[in-house]
Design a binder for this molecule. Structure first.
Ligand SMILES: Nc1nc2c(ncn2[C@@H]2O[C@H](COP(=O)(O)OP(=O)(O)OP(=O)(O)O)[C@@H](O)[C@H]2O)c(=O)[nH]1
Length: 788
């Protein structure tokens, strides 16, 4: 078997969804049916494979991405189970960076929920499958949920299977699925997870399903035909225009082609908890989701570096087949194995014992141990091939790798870095994820001075594992601050600090994270030192949230300075810029080192904060003009660091207090309320919470504007089987009067809002928030804050 075959047989996929949709339960069943575990764990008893942290098991929720590998039908699946809670959204962002496709799990009773929409939008660039789970629940609505997928998520669908029910004690009970591709009826034995009764749809016993099957098949072929000429040809010629005669293999190939173009979403249904419909989901993952050869090139820092897929080697950078490039996307500290770094190999082969170069930090070290997460059993391996996901561990990597770092090595020579040294790919970085700004902060103080060092070590472990946690120092108060994405996020960080990492610390109350920014661009400050190092620098405010790691423009490049929407802007230097990526770079000091030195100066100065309350600076572009001078023979970056810091300190000191503004986090609110509660909820939002109500819609309608009108039409035309259990629904009739309020409000005003909403509506409302951005405080809010 050639390497090409091996790559085409890989599936790197994620499981994403709203909280509690059943991601962990489904993952557990996937592992069971793939033969990787002999019995499945349960989120209630806290013994699932992927929720292995003590706090995940105790709380029954997923906190961290968990990666597991398993085979199915001759293909190898690397699967990441992601958390559904909003506070851990960054975990989903991290996972999607290295994934090629996704399974979106939906709760058949709740349908498309707000966090489903957020995850979906985040995964808009990759092919997806929907699994409508919990079909066993009273009030499950398969067709209602499919309709919501079309309306709310703006996607066309193909129904790979549809639910079938049987009457038990005069109630309809979910028992299996009708396989629209393979013309089969599949029924599961509720007491025997391994028993499936499979029969052809055309046998007399299955007469009751024939009509539904025929309509589903017609609808499938009609939808695929819109995008796939090959299928039209087979339909007209081989199947002689008969929907039912189309060969399952031809249909599967067509669904794969159209899914890979991201034009449709295949939909399946089941009940993970009752073990129904999981094997067809496994089939669909391998049949319809992409291999690493079917996806777009990764985004990288070097604008002109050629990339291509080669049939034998996979992705090749700069025609260099021996180059291995991998991205670290997750770090954990395992009590037994120590630091474990999860990587995705993009090109070449990562080998045990090889020397690697971290192009993000400039460090070089040897890899001691490679692991594949075989279910949750780590298995030591010698190499990780192109496209694969695995773990690097061992003492040699301690402190040398963080989330978002790129490593390169020579796949053929153990110590082959020297041959790469003067080549442009030596500086290759796979663009890492820009972390969103933290919105909540707690203070952390050592109980005694003697505990300070251990506190710093513990905090360091926390932030290398989770880059959405930030540690800063408040110079004025002499406090250490830990910031994160939400109250639960910080609560969990606090518990880990105290219980797992045994830090002897006092932790303060949860507070909102404020920032400062400058209002106007500063003047350009020019300085030259005695050794002829010269820089001209200015700071200017940025108007929008950019969230990209590197932005190449014609005459300048923008480099992200971390989570606070700050950027270093390097204008094109007339003398040197044409040689940035080639071997003719004229200076002794590499361009990367110059940029890194300037970045670290910027980060230090921006962290020092503004003049109003010393809050860290946000949305500032530090512009380095193109006239900079560095002597050709200079080898150390020290003078770059000192000169740029002096200039930046001068600029920030010269801006007067009035030149700064304070910013606070603004949140998007999505509130589901019953008609009778609308008045009091809106009244509270606008008067007590400084909220801005954006829209009030019927539950089903997406607020995504005109496009959804087109998709409403598509939903009307889509064949959907009758929802047999919907009439029993608790939500069935109520949902008629359910409204969705969309609003924005400052985070400070919606702390503990769930309790308030519960009391306003007697618990009848649902509520979700997402981070929208930072906004400037108006005069009144600023006055209150400064007086606090
Ligand atoms: N009735 C029913 N319950 C289910 C099904 N699948 C999962 N559940 C239950 O739904 C709850 C949430 O399941 P999880 O698997 O933890 O959901 P999750 O999406 O992983 O949750 P988070 O990771 O915390 O977002 C648990 O009580 C499960 O037992 C199902 O098919 N039917």
């Amino acid at each position: 078997m050639g390497i090409f075959n091996a790559i085409s047989k890989l599936r790197n996929i994620g499981i994403i969804a709203h909280i509690d949709a059943g991601k962990t339960t489904t993952t557990e069943r996937l592992l069971y049916y793939a033969g990787k575990i002999s019995r499945f764990g349960d989120v209630h008893t806290g013994d699932t494979t992927t929720d292995y942290l003590p706090q995940e098991r105790a709380r029954g929720i997923t906190i961290q991405n968990a990666t597991v590998s398993f085979p199915w039908n001759g293909k190898n699946i690397n699967l990441i189970d992601t958390p559904g809670h909003m506070d851990f959204f960054f975990e989903v962002i991290k996972a999607l960076k290295v994934l090629d496709g996704c399974v979106v799990i939906l709760d058949a009773v709740s349908g498309v929920e707000s966090q489903t929409e957020n995850c979906w939008n985040l995964a808009s660039h990759i092919p997806k499958i929907c699994f409508i789970n919990k079909m066993d629940r009273v009030g499950a609505g398969f067709s209602r949920t499919v309709k919501e997928v079309i309306w709310k998520l703006n996607s066309r669908v193909v129904l790979v299977n549809v639910p079938i029910f049987a009457k038990v004690n005069s109630e309809e009970q979910f028992v299996g699925v009708l396989d629209v591709v393979n013309r089969k009826v599949l029924k599961w034995d509720p007491n025997e997870p391994d028993n499936i009764d499979v029969s052809d749809v055309s046998i007399p016993n299955n007469k009751e399903f024939l009509e539904q099957f025929t309509k589903s098949r017609e609808s499938m072929v009609e939808t695929l035909s819109m995008f796939d000429d090959k299928l039209v040809e087979s339909f007209l010629e081989d199947a002689e225009g008969d929907y039912l005669k189309l060969n399952p293999e031809i249909l599967n190939e067509s669904i794969r082609r159209v899914t890979l173009q991201n034009k449709i979403t295949p939909v399946l249904c089941g009940s993970a908890f009752k073990n129904i419909g999981v094997q067809p989901l496994l089939d669909s993952i391998v049949n319809y989701l992409p291999s690493p050869l079917d996806v777009k090139y990764p985004e990288i820092n070097l604008k002109n570096l050629p990339m291509k897929y080669q049939s034998q080697a996979g992705l090749v950078f700069n025609n260099n087949k021996s180059l291995c490039a991998a991205l670290a996307f997750k770090v954990i500290h395992d009590p037994i194995r120590g630091m474990m770094v999860f990587v995705r190999v993009y090109s070449g082969t990562l080998k045990n014992g090889h020397v690697v170069h971290n192009t993000t930090t400039g460090e070089t070290f040897k890899i001691g141990k490679l692991i594949r997460m075989n279910a949750n059993m780590p298995e030591e391996i010698w190499q990780l091939g192109t496209g694969e996901i695995g773990v690097i561990t061992g003492t040699s990597i301690a402190g040398k790798l963080s989330t978002g770092d790129t490593i390169i090595s020579d796949s053929l020579k153990r110590d082959g870095l020297k041959s790469l040294n003067r080549k442009p790919e030596f500086n290759l970085q796979i663009n890492p994820i820009v972390t969103p700004p933290p919105v909540f902060t707690i203070s952390v103080e050592p109980k005694t001075l003697g505990n300070k060092k251990s506190m710093e070590n513990a905090l360091n472990i926390l932030i290398t594992e989770d880059p959405s946690l930030h540690v800063t120092k408040d110079a004025e108060l002499g406090q250490t601050l830990l910031s994160g994405m939400g109250e639960l996020h910080l609560q969990i960080a606090k518990n880990r600090l105290l219980n797992e990492l045994n830090a002897d610390v006092n932790v303060g109350k949860v507070m909102v994270s404020y920032k400062e920014t400058i209002n106007e661009p500063s003047d350009v400050t020019i300085m030259e030192n005695e050794n002829k190092v010269k820089f001209s620098i200015a700071i200017e405010p940025i108007q929008e949230d950019l969230s990209e790691n590197i932005i190449h423009k014609d005459t300048e490049t923008w480099y992200s300075l971390g989570s606070d929407n700050n950027y270093l802007v390097m204008e094109k230097n007339q003398k040197f810029s044409d040689h940035l990526e080639d071997a003719d770079w004229p200076l002794q000091i590499p361009y990367n080192t110059i940029v890194h030195s300037l970045m670290s100066s910027c980060i230090v100065i921006l962290q020092r904060g503004g003049k109003l309350r010393n809050f860290p600076l946000y949305a500032c572009a530090i512009r380095v003009k193109g006239d900079w001078e560095i002597p050709l023979d200079m080898t150390s970056p020290v003078e770059i660091l000192t000169l740029s810091r002096t200039i930046l300190t001068k600029i920030t000191n010269e801006v007067q207090e009035e030149g700064y503004s304070v910013l606070e986090p603004l949140m998007n609110l999505t509130i589901g309320v019953m008609g009778q509660d609308m008045g009091s909820v809106i009244q509270d939002l606008t008067s007590a919470r400084s909220a801005n109500v954006l829209s009030i819609d019927e539950d089903i309608i997406s607020s995504s504007g005109e496009k959804s009108l087109e998709f409403q039409q598509i939903a009307e035309n889509q064949y959907l089987p009758p929802d047999l259990t919907l009439n029993n629904a608790r939500l069935g009739n109520d949902s008629v009067s359910k409204k969705i309020i969309k609003a924005t409000a400052p985070l400070k005003e919606i702390m503990a809002y769930s309790n308030k909403l519960r009391s306003l509506t007697q618990g009848r409302a649902s509520f979700d928030t997402t981070y929208k951005g930072m906004i400037k405080l108006n005069q009144e809010r600023l006055r209150i804050l400064l007086n606090e």
